[in-house]
Design a protein around this ligand. Sequence first.
Ligand SMILES: [Zn+2]
Ligand SMILES: [Zn+2]
Length: 68
Amino acid sequence: MNDKKVPPPPVLPPSFNIRDNFCLFHKGPIQGETYTCPTCKTPYCLECAKKAKLEGKLCIKCKQLVIA
Ligand SMILES: [Zn+2]
Ligand SMILES: [Zn+2]
């Protein structure tokens, strides 16, 4: 009798990818209009980008000035 169970193939957890609509400034889904960094093409909320510009914050990814 051979009822040895075959182990199921390992299921890899979904890797955490920055989704297209993920804003790195407020760390959540982009709401409303989207601002795209002209240098690295990272999308942010337009509202977050405007705030970042006022506060002199830099793009999280490429450290370029936000020019929303
Ligand atoms: Zn950038
Ligand atoms: Zn945002």
